[in-house]
Structures are given as structure tokens and as C-alpha cells.
Design a protein around this ligand. Structure first.
Ligand code: ACO
Length: 389
């Protein structure tokens, strides 16, 4: 339907700007020396050691996902708390959610998602330059991206050449990770980037709290981005925001004894996090307002109109939020990708999981334009208008 091939204006400003007159940090020449010659003044003797103007193109080349086998239906939850299938279905659209079993790791599902995405893209794990793992519930607080990479170990993908790091932005994490990964490709730093959205918020749920335990599920999704020679960029438009004053409405704060390491003269050996706390009504009002607005801003960045959206691929939190956003954008219900009923809110995983299913079903086709939008704790909200395939 859509014909635009231009890159996000925001990404263009960031990556296409000639740096000849910019003030370069002292560490930059060494970093630049590792860049390909075409980005270093063409290799001519005496040429300025600065990036040239043309930015590399970006392609979304593959997607994959993985969810735990175990799941809880609404009826299962009605055994735990005072709720019903009717209430959960009518207020949220959720029917069941998948949950990690004891001994199962987020990293193993993230690795499985990555391998499926790499397979679709036809890219070998050894060719991955960068892994960005968006998660708020890592297996290890020092980072889970490296366990996905873990060269030669267990269920890891063995991406021995890659650099890997985690990114925390709750349910906006995947979109923010996608924008981050694209910047590295646009700048010519890397050619192949894996962006993972993975969460197991079941780890932080109070299973006695009916206002939150009905919402969340565990899952992982991943997208492979590769450099393109023709300069065209799959990220057509972007818009990202955060508002830390809204943190009180949705958080999962550190609450361990470790906050007082030397109380009573003894070092504490405890450290823990509170259960997820959410003021549902406030988050609902924020989301209904923020999601269509951020998509409209990303469309403006792309220089595109609402009518050019082929599919809405939003964070799967509540059917009523998705319907309100679709109505305001004038996108018909059959063009809204939704798997909320099967998985609930899987936080950073929800967008790549929904994308993966829609691509493998054959609904989303190469060349189609997707409006992605994530929102959640932080508060954070972000949109990317992308071209698939
Ligand atoms: N079953 C039955 N009754 C319930 C349940 C339940 N599971 N949960 C709440 N109720 C009751 C409440 O106690 C309240 O009862 P009262 O009227 O007697 O006081 C009544 O239902 C209405 O409660 P509300 O909170 O007003 O219900 P609401 O329609 O707002 O739905 C919900 C709650 C589903 C949480 C909704 O507010 C929502 O989806 N909010 C957005 C959450 C979200 O999108 N989060 C995304 C970010 S997540 C992240 O970033 C990690």
C-alpha cells in the first residue's frame, strides 16, 4: 500500500550528518580506525579521518519467538484469586498466559527465538555483530544478553564475534532496542544486529493480587537487522519518550536488606525486589492517550499518512487500549495484529512475538508498512514505523 522508502528523519539527522566540523572526542580516532575504509575518507592519503555523509541501509531480515510450554487459563487464576473468566476477558481480552517453569531460564527461550530469527534471515550466528536484549526481568542482573551469546555454551546461540548488552525500558524496550540497533547499522559501525525482547514478569508478580496477576505472561521474541547497500532504511519514522514522574504508577523497586549493607555493624547478604506494583487506571489513561499520539509523531517523522499503515503491531497489554488506538488512527480491526488472548502482556516480548506469528501466518508480507508502539513502566512510550522484509 505505502510507497515511502525514506529513512526516519530523526535517524537521518543522527547518522547522515557529516562530522568534519563536529568536535570529536579524543577516543574517536581509534574507534574510527576500526570502521570500514569507505567511511574514513575513502582511504586517500591525507584524507580527513571522519565518517562520510551516506548512511548505511537497514533491513528487517528475520523474526523468531519462543514461549514456555506451561500456561495458566483464566479459570486456573480463578482458583487463586477472586476473579472470573468473564471479568478478565471483558476487561482485558486475555484468555491465558504462558509462565516459565521452575528451572527454566529466560535466556534459553531468548536463544531459541534468536535462532529462529537467524534461520529466517539466512544469517549465521557467527556473523552477528551486536546483540541488544530488551528485558526488565533478566536471569542475571549483570545482563542476560551475554548468556544468549555465550560462545560455545548450552542453549546459547554462540555468536562469538558479537558485543552484547541489556537494555531496560519495560514494555517499550523492544521498540527502543530496534531504534538503538538501527543507529549502529546506519552509522556503519555494525552490519548485523539481533534485537531481543524478552520478559518473565511472572517472577515479580504477587499471585494474590488479582489486579496484576491476571495480566502478565512470559515470552521472548527477536528480530535480525542487517545492513543494506542501497541505503534504504526499514525504520521509516521513530518517536520515543519517557516521563520519570510517572514511575509511581508502575514499578518493581529494589526492596532488599542490601539497602543497609552495614546496619548493626554487619554486612547484609540479602537483596531482593518488590512485587510489580501498578495503578491500572492511571496506566490505562496514559496508554490510551500516548499510543496514538506517539504513532502519529512517528508517522510525521516518516513523512507518511495514517492511510499508509498496513498493520498496527502494538504492545499487547489490553484489548481496549489497542481498539482505542486503532479507532483514533482509523485502522480497521482486521489490520490490528493481536495475540493478547493467548499470551497476555509479555512486556518487551509482546511486539516481536506478535510480529513473528503474523509473519509466519503469511499475514504480514515483505514490503508492508507496520506501525509499532510500545508503552509501559518508566513511564516510557515509543513508536517505530517500519517496512518489513
Ligand atoms: N477480577 C475481578 N475484579 C477485579 C479484578 C479481577 N482480576 N481486578 C480488579 N477488579 C475489581 C476492582 O477491585 C474494582 O472493584 P470495585 O469497583 O469494587 O472497586 C473493579 O474491578 C474495577 O477495577 P478497575 O481497576 O477500575 O478496572 P479496570 O477496568 O481499570 O481494569 C486493568 C483493570 C485491566 C488493570 C486496566 O486498568 C488496565 O489494563 N490498565 C493498563 C495496564 C497496562 O496496560 N499496563 C501496561 C504496562 S505493563 C509494564 O510496563 C510492565
Amino acid at each position: 500500500m505505502a510507497s515511502s522508502t525514506a529513512c526516519s528523519h530523526q535517524l537521518q539527522r543522527a547518522c547522515s550528518r557529516p562530522l568534519a566540523n563536529a568536535r570529536l572526542p579524543t577516543a574517536l580516532p581509534a574507534a574510527l580506525s576500526r570502521l570500514p575504509a569507505r567511511r574514513r575518507g575513502g582511504g586517500r592519503p591525507g584524507a580527513a579521518v571522519v565518517p562520510v555523509a551516506a548512511a548505511a541501509g537497514v533491513r528487517l531480515a528475520g523474526v523468531g519467538s519462543s514461549v514456555p510450554e506451561k500456561f495458566l487459563t483464566n479459570s486456573d487464576l480463578a482458583q487463586l484469586v477472586d476473579t472470573s473468566d468473564d471479568w478478565i476477558t471483558s476487561r482485558t481480552g486475555i484468555k491465558k498466559r504462558h509462565i516459565l517453569s521452575e528451572g527454566e531460564s529466560l535466556g534459553s527461550h531468548a536463544s531459541a527465538a534468536c535462532l529462529r530469527a537467524l534461520d529466517m534471515a539466512g544469517v549465521a550466528a557467527e556473523d552477528v555483530d551486536l546483540i541488544v536484549m530488551a528485558t526488565s526481568s533478566p536471569d542475571d542482573l549483570f545482563g542476560s544478553a551475554t548468556t544468549v551469546q555465550a560462545c560455545g555454551r548450552g542453549q546459547a546461540i554462540r555468536a562469538s564475534r558479537a558485543a552484547a548488552f541489556d537494555l531496560t525500558a519495560a514494555c517499550s524496550g523492544f521498540v527502543m532496542g530496534l531504534v538503538t540497533g538501527a543507529q549502529y547499522i546506519r552509522a556503519g559501525t555494525y552490519k548485523t544486529v539481533l534485537v531481543i525482547g524478552a520478559d518473565a514478569l511472572s517472577r515479580y508478580i504477587d499471585w494474590r493480587d488479582r489486579s496484576t496477576c491476571i495480566l502478565f505472561g512470559d515470552a521472548c521474541g527477536a528480530v535480525v537487522m542487517t545492513a543494506k547497500d542501497d541505503g534504504s532504511c526499514a525504520l521509516l519514522g521513530i518517536d520515543m519518550h519517557s516521563d520519570g514522574t510517572g514511575m509511581r504508577h508502575l514499578n518493581c523497586a529494589f526492596a532488599g536488606e542490601g539497602m543497609k549493607p552495614l546496619s548493626n555493624g554487619h554486612a547484609s547478604d540479602e537483596g531482593s525486589y518488590s512485587n510489580l506494583h501498578m495503578n491500572g487506571q492511571e496506566v490505562f489513561k496514559f496508554a490510551v492517550r500516548a499510543v496514538p499520539t506517539v504513532i502519529e509523531a512517528a508517522l510525521a517523522d516518516a513523512g507518511m499518512e495514517k492511510q499508509q499503515i498496513d498493520w498496527l503491531v502494538m504492545h499487547q497489554a489490553n484489548m481496549r487500549i489497542m481498539s482505542a488506538a486503532a479507532d483514533r488512527l482509523g485502522v480497521p480491526a482486521e489490520r490490528v495484529v493481536s495475540n493478547l488472548a493467548q499470551y497476555g502482556n509479555t512486556s518487551a516480548a509482546s511486539i516481536p512475538l506478535a510480529l513473528d506469528e503474523a509473519v509466519r501466518r503469511g499475514d504480514i508480507k515483505p514490503g508492508e508498512v507496520l506501525a509499532m508502539a510500545g508503552f509501559g513502566a518508566g513511564l516510557t512510550w515509543a513508536s517505530a514505523i517500519v517496512r518489513w522484509g
